[in-house]
Design a protein around this ligand. Structure first.
Ligand SMILES: [Zn+2]
Length: 284
C-alpha cells in the first residue's frame, strides 16, 4: 500500500470513535488486539468478548439511524459562564478545550432521522465532551428535541452517556432535570413514545431525570447505571454491595430497565419496537 493511502485511511479512523488511536485497539476486557476497521464494522463491539466501547455522539447516531438519514438540529445554543466558575482552571477554558476536541458546542447532538424507515427525533449525549455532563445547553437541547418530536408527531429516542449534572453550572444544571422532564411530558400528552437507551456510564442527575422516565428503557450490556457511585453508597449505608451492582444486567434483574440489548441489534430492535408502539398509538 502506498504511504499516502495508508495515512488517508488512518485519519478518519482516529476521529471515528472515542479513544481509538492508530490502526489497532486493545479490548480492555479480553485484551485482544482488534483492527479498528473490524471494530467499526461491528458497531464498536469487541467481536471476541462483546465488550461495548464508548461512542461519541456522531458515531452513536451512525450506528443507530438509517444510513444518511440524520439531520442535525442542535449546535446553535452555546454555553456561557454565568457563575464565573473556576476550579483548577476557569470554566470557559475547559469549555473551549472540549469544544475544540469534539467540534460541537456542548455535550449533546440532536436532530431527526429514520430507524427502519420510521421517522424519529433523536438525542445522543457525548461522553467525550466533559464526561457528558449536563449543563444548561444539554438540558435546553434535549428539551427542544423533545418539543420538536411532540410538534412533528415522531417518537423520541435518546441515548444517555453522562457523569451527571455539570458542577460548573451548579444549580442551573440541576434545573435541567425539571426542564427536560416537563418537555418530555408534552410527548406523553400526545401519546408519542419515548425510548431511552442507557450506555456506559449513565449516572447522577441524568439518571435521576430524563434518562429513566422513558416509556421503554433499554441498556447496553455491561453499562454502569446509577445515581451515586458505589463507593459513596457503600460508605453511606455501611453494607457490602452485591456483585455486578449498578451494571445493566443487575438493573434488568431488579426491574429498573426493560431490556439489555447488544448494540449490534439496536436498529433492528428499535424498528420492531417503534413499529409496535406507533401502531398502538394509531389504534388508540
Ligand atoms: Zn474483548
Amino acid at each position: 500500500m502506498a504511504l499516502d493511502r495508508f495515512f488517508r485511511r488512518r485519519r478518519p479512523q482516529q476521529q471515528a470513535g472515542a479513544d481509538l488511536p492508530d490502526l489497532w485497539t486493545q479490548c480492555p476486557q479480553c485484551k485482544e488486539g482488534l483492527y479498528n476497521r473490524d471494530l467499526e464494522a461491528a458497531s464498536f463491539v469487541c467481536p471476541k468478548c462483546g465488550h461495548h466501547f464508548r461512542l461519541d455522539a456522531q458515531k452513536r447516531l451512525d450506528v443507530l439511524l438509517d444510513e444518511g438519514s440524520f439531520r442535525p438540529q442542535s449546535g446553535r445554543v452555546h454555553p456561557t459562564d454565568p457563575l464565573n466558575f473556576q476550579d483548577t482552571e476557569p470554566y470557559p477554558a475547559r469549555l473551549a478545550r472540549a469544544q475544540a476536541k469534539t467540534g460541537r458546542p456542548d455535550a449533546v447532538l440532536t436532530g431527526t432521522g429514520t430507524i427502519g424507515g420510521l421517522p424519529v427525533t433523536v438525542a445522543a449525549m457525548d461522553f467525550t465532551f466533559s464526561g457528558g455532563s449536563m449543563g444548561s445547553v444539554v438540558g435546553e437541547e434535549i428539551a427542544r428535541a423533545a418539543e420538536h418530536a411532540a410538534r412533528a408527531g415522531t417518537p423520541f429516542v435518546l441515548v444517555a452517556a453522562s457523569g451527571g449534572a455539570r458542577m460548573q453550572e451548579s444549580a442551573l444544571s440541576l434545573m435541567q432535570m425539571a426542564k427536560t422532564t416537563v418537555a418530555l411530558e408534552g410527548l406523553a400528552a400526545r401519546g408519542l413514545p419515548y425510548i431511552s437507551i442507557l450506555s456506559d456510564p449513565t449516572t447522577g442527575g441524568v439518571t435521576a431525570s430524563f434518562a429513566t422516565i422513558a416509556d421503554v428503557i433499554l441498556a447496553e450490556p455491561g453499562a454502569l447505571i446509577g445515581f451515586a457511585g458505589p463507593r459513596v453508597i457503600q460508605q453511606t449505608i455501611r453494607q457490602h454491595l452485591p456483585e455486578g451492582f449498578q451494571r445493566a444486567e443487575f438493573l434488568l434483574d431488579h426491574g429498573m430497565v426493560d431490556d439489555v440489548v447488544d448494540r449490534r441489534e439496536h436498529r433492528a430492535y428499535l424498528t420492531r419496537l417503534l413499529g409496535v408502539l406507533t401502531r398502538q398509538e394509531v389504534g388508540a
